[in-house]
Design a protein around this ligand. Structure first.
Ligand code: ZN
Length: 44
C-alpha cells in the first residue's frame, strides 16, 4: 500500500528539499517551509 514515506493522502508530492540536510523534506506552513531536522526556514 505505502509507496513512500513522503506521499500524502491528498496526493501532494511536490515538496521542497532542505538545502542544508539535502535528504530532508521541508514541512509546509501557511507562509513558510521548515525543516524538521535542522530548523531551516524558507519564507515564501
Ligand atoms: Zn535541514
Amino acid at each position: 500500500m505505502a509507496r513512500g514515506d513522503y506521499y500524502e493522502d491528498d496526493g501532494s508530492t511536490e515538496k521542497e528539499m532542505c538545502p542544508r540536510c539535502g535528504d530532508t523534506f521541508l514541512a509546509d506552513h501557511d507562509d513558510r517551509q521548515v525543516c524538521g531536522k535542522c530548523g531551516y526556514t524558507e519564507w515564501e
